[in-house]
Structure formats: C-alpha cells, structure tokens
Design a protein around this ligand. Structure first.
Ligand SMILES: *Cc1c(COP(=O)(O)O)cnc(C)c1O
Length: 369
C-alpha cells in the first residue's frame, strides 16, 4: 500500500500518467478479488468503504431500483446489524419483512425460505457465515431455489453478507448463484475502511452515493487507492492460505473448544459444530457475565468478544444467541473466540491455563452462589 500513499499518489480517475498508474493498481485489485470470489468478470466487483456500506448499497440500492417488482424482503434472524437495520429502515419506507428462524443449531432451513417466498418477494438476504457463532448458512441451496423461481418468470434477487465467509471457506459466486455478495478487507487481514460488493452483471442498483462516475456510477467518490490495493493483496493471500486456515486454524480452534468443555463445568457451545467457519468458537458460561469475563481476560492479555463489535456497549444480551432459543442468562454469558492465521499453539495453552480460574472466580462473585 505504501507506494500509493507516497510516490504513486495519483487519482485513479485522472487521465494523466500518475492517475493511470493508480487506475492500473485498482484494476489489479479488482482482478484479485474477482479471482477469490470466482466472479467471471472483474467489473462485477465494486469497491466501497467496507461491509456495512456494501450491505446498505446492496439492499437499499436493489429495493429502490426495483420497487415495481415487489416490496417483500426475507432475512434471517441472525443477520449482522448492517443488514438487519437497513431492512428495518426500509420497513418504515414501505417494505414488508419476513424474518426466518435459525433453530438451536443457528442455521436457516431451506424449507422455511421456500415457504416465505410470496408473489411480491423482491429480495432474500441471508448471510454466508454468522459473525458471532460462525455457522454457515445454506446459501447455495437458496441460490438454487432463486434460480428455479426465476424460471417461472418471477423477478427475485438474492444477496448474501459474506463478510465472515470470504477468506475462511471457499466462495464461488457462480456456484452459489447469488446476485449480490458483500465483503470487507479488514476481516481478511486487510486494511480497515475498505471492502466491496459483487454485483452480478445485469443487476441494477440505485446508487447510494451520487456525484461522480467512479465504479461505473454505482458508487461515486474518489477511490481509496491504497486501501483497495491492500484489499486486493489480502484477497490474493487469503485465497492461497485457505487450506492452511481450514486445517491449522481449525485444529487450534477445536483445541480451545474441547479444552474449555473438559475443564469448565456449565459451559456450552453455541451453534452447529460442523457447519461453521474454521476460525470461530462461541461458548456460553452459565452464571458468568460475558462482559466481566471479557475484561478479566483482557487484563491477562487475551482479547475475546461478546456479541458483535457493532453492537458492543449496548449491554443487551446477544440477539444471535437468543435466536438459538436460549434464555438471557446463557446469552449474557456468551463469549466469542476468533482466531487468525497468526495465532499460535502457545497462545492457546496460555488461554486454557488461565480461563478455568478466571471463570471460577467470577462465578464465586455471583450472588446466586
Ligand atoms: C464486520 C461485518 C460487517 C461490517 O463490515 P465493516 O467492513 O466493518 O463495515 C458486516 N457483516 C458481517 C457479517 C461482519 O462480520
């Protein structure tokens, strides 16, 4: 990224040589991202400021461009706030919503999707992998269903928030059959503040940023060249490390999870343990406040999270864990352990060495005991 912040500081929309060098860098990144997603044409990739903006552009943009085809949106009960809030905002502007349950395993059922579809259904938006519990949703089956429905002549579109799945599991937009797919650079070790949206050729979106012809008019504003270059390289790296993530990171994750379940009573895993990304474990500790455990671990140099970073500070129990049908006590005691390629076996040993005592101490402070 450094050259594009210093010597190659051209504006990729400028005609002069400096600009064209920057444009070539942006184009290379578009190819790198298209390759990771298996998009047939690089110009199906539009760069944005991140996953949140991509979700806004996809859902709001599709709704506004296609109002004549319907106003019904289907979403899952565990969508990221950047999907859920956009749908709720559209509800105030004439959209009708159907929220699909996820059951105890944290996975949407394809029969529920099929049953929810109506004549006026415009959009199905179901995430590829959940950000708190990591469960993989049946997006290829939804894509297949949408293709079948289109054969009847009905207009319907499928968006998936794949921010947590890209770079963690293989993603192939042709196999999935989605029309729109959101991704973000910082979830694949890239820079913050940049991401993008895959837009299948022929899908029309009403732009949310207007005032320029960048990104073929879909997203006006001078491109974040350095950020986009970083995203492109992160995408290439993520693609080449997919197998490593699927084996080494999965084994570390499983070691954390099994270690915790063996050493700590009244700890339960949240979400399906097979159908999920390799880098996330989510565990509820009964009679423990998740926030208190988070702070106690932080003081020992271990970073975990409760809920989504986008809803932290709310102190409400995680809506995702509640959607699994558990009570508030388990939702409040839920902790997400997220791993990356950089995590080492030593770090896992350290976590497993301190966690049982930390949990026991917090439990002894609970008034119920
Ligand atoms: C992080 C995340 C987002 C938001 O992406 P940003 O780039 O941080 O705006 C959206 N959806 C999911 C599932 C996420 O995990």
């Amino acid at each position: 990224m450094m050259p594009y912040l210093t010597s190659e500081f051209g504006n990729s929309s400028s005609i002069h040589t400096f600009g064209q060098k920057a444009k070539m860098a942006v184009d290379r990144a578009r190819h790198q991202v298209a390759a990771l997603l298996n998009a047939t044409r690089p110009n199906e990739i539009v760069f944005t400021s991140g996953g949140t903006e991509s979700n806004n552009l996809a859902i709001r943009g599709l709704f506004q461009a296609n109002t004549k085809h319907g106003n019904h949106i289907i979403l899952s009960a565990i969508e990221h706030p950047a999907v859920e809030s956009v749908c709720e905002d559209l509800q105030k502007r004439g959209a009708e919503l159907t929220v699909l349950p996820v059951y105890e395993n944290g996975i949407v059922r394809i029969e529920d999707v099929r049953n929810a579809i109506r004549d006026d259904t415009l959009l199905i938006t179901v995430m590829a992998a959940n950000n708190e519990i990591g469960t993989l949703q049946p997006i290829a089956a939804i894509g297949q269903l949408v293709r079948e429905i289109r054969l009847t002549g009905k207009k319907i579109w499928f968006h998936t928030d794949a921010v947590q799945a890209v770079g963690k599991v293989p993603i192939n937009v042709e196999e999935i059959g989605c029309d729109l797919l959101s991704f973000s650079a910082h979830k694949i070790n890239g820079p913050k503040g940049v991401g993008g949206l895959y837009i299948r050729r022929g899908v029309r979106l009403h732009p949310q940023n207007i005032g320029g012809r960048q990104e073929r008019g879909t997203r006006a504003g001078t491109e974040n060249v350095a950020g986009i270059v970083g995203l492109g390289f992160a995408a290439e790296l993520a693609g080449s490390k997919l197998t490593e993530l699927a084996t080494r990171v999965r084994s570390i994750r499983d070691r954390i999870e099994n270690g915790i379940l063996e050493a700590i009573p009244d700890a339960i895993t949240n979400g399906d343990r097979r159908e999920r990304v390799p880098n996330i474990a989510n565990i509820s500790f009964r009679l423990v406040e998740g926030e208190a455990l988070l702070i106690a671990l932080d003081m020992q140099g271990i970073a975990v999270s409760t809920g989504s970073a986008c809803s932290s500070g709310s102190l409400e129990p995680s809506p995702v864990i509640r959607a699994l049908g558990y009570g508030d006590d388990l939702a409040r005691g839920a902790i997400r352990f997220s791993l990356g390629r950089q995590n080492t076996a030593d770090e896992i040993d350290k976590l497993l060495a301190v966690l049982p005592d930390t949990v026991a101490k917090l439990r002894s402070l609970q008034p119920q005991n």
